[in-house]
Design a binder for this molecule. Structure first.
Ligand SMILES: [Zn+2]
Length: 237
C-alpha cells in the first residue's frame, strides 16, 4: 500500500507562549459544507516550544502558481474578540475589521481601523470638537478614560496617522506593533463600555458609606494610624 502523503506542516503563533513555531500535528479534520465559500480544516497541534495544545483553522483559497493557498488563524486559544450590544455597532464593526486585517497580515490597515475605532468611541462619548488629539484630551478631562488609557489611545492615534500619511511606499507596521494596537484598542473599548459601566452599576447597588471622601483627607494631609501614609482614610467595617 502506498504511504499516505505528508500533510502540510502548520506554522502558527502559539497562544500560550506567543512564539511562532511549526506545530506537531495530532489530528486534522477537513470539511466542506454547502453554505461555505471555501473548504476548511481544523488542525490540532502542540507547540514545539511550550508543548501546550492549539487548534488552528485553515481555509483553502485556491491555487497560485501550482501552490495551494491557505488562510490560517488560531481558533484556540482564541485570537479574536467579539463585543456584544453594550458596544455601539459602529465601534464594534470597525474593531472587527481591524482584527480581520490583522489576521490577513494587513498591518497598516489594522492601524487605520484601530485609530478609527477610537475616533468613533470618542464621538459616541460626546467628544466631537477638534481633531482626535483634542477629543481624547476631553475624554480624559471628563474622566471617561484615565491617564494610562489616554496614553494608549494617543499612541493609537499617532500610529493611525503614520499609517495614513507616511508617503514612503515601503512603510509598514510590524506584526508585533499591529498586535499591540489591537490589544490597546480592545482594552479601551472594554474599559469604557464594559468595566466602567459595570463598576458604576456595582457602586450603585452598594450601600452608601459615611466616611469622608478621599480628596478632602488628602487636602488636609491627615495621617491615619492604620497605615501612616498621608491621605489614606481607614474604612470602618
Ligand atoms: Zn507555546
Amino acid at each position: 500500500m502506498a504511504p499516505e502523503p505528508e500533510p502540510d506542516p502548520v506554522f502558527f503563533e502559539c497562544g500560550h507562549c506567543n512564539t511562532r513555531v511549526q506545530g506537531k500535528e495530532h489530528g486534522r479534520y477537513d470539511f466542506y459544507l454547502e453554505d461555505m465559500p471555501f473548504a476548511e480544516e481544523r488542525v490540532l497541534v502542540s507547540c514545539g516550544n511550550c508543548k501546550w495544545p492549539n487548534l488552528i483553522g485553515r481555509e483553502f483559497y485556491g491555487t497560485l502558481g501550482g501552490t495551494d493557498q491557505w488562510g490560517e488563524w488560531r481558533v484556540h486559544p482564541a485570537t479574536t474578540r467579539t463585543f456584544g450590544p453594550d458596544v455601539p455597532k459602529a465601534v464594534r464593526k470597525t474593531y472587527d475589521e481591524a482584527q480581520v486585517n490583522l489576521r490577513s497580515g494587513s498591518f497598516l490597515s489594522t492601524a487605520l481601523m484601530c485609530r478609527r475605532s477610537i475616533e468613533l468611541l470618542a464621538k459616541d462619548q460626546g467628544a466631537t470638537k477638534g481633531d482626535l488629539a483634542k477629543k481624547l484630551a476631553k475624554l480624559q478631562e471628563e474622566g471617561v478614560i484615565d491617564l494610562r488609557l489616554f496614553e494608549w489611545a494617543d499612541a493609537l492615534r499617532l500610529a493611525g496617522n503614520d499609517a495614513a500619511h507616511e508617503d514612503d511606499a515601503d512603510y509598514d507596521i510590524s506584526k508585533e506593533d499591529a498586535d499591540d494596537l489591537i490589544t490597546f484598542t480592545e482594552a479601551i473599548i472594554d474599559y469604557v463600555y464594559i468595566y466602567k459601566a459595570r463598576f458604576d452599576e456595582f457602586r450603585a447597588r452598594r450601600p452608601k458609606r459615611t466616611h469622608p471622601p478621599q480628596s478632602s483627607a488628602r487636602k488636609t494631609g491627615t495621617r491615619t494610624k492604620a497605615t501612616g501614609r498621608a491621605g489614606t482614610p481607614v474604612v470602618e467595617h
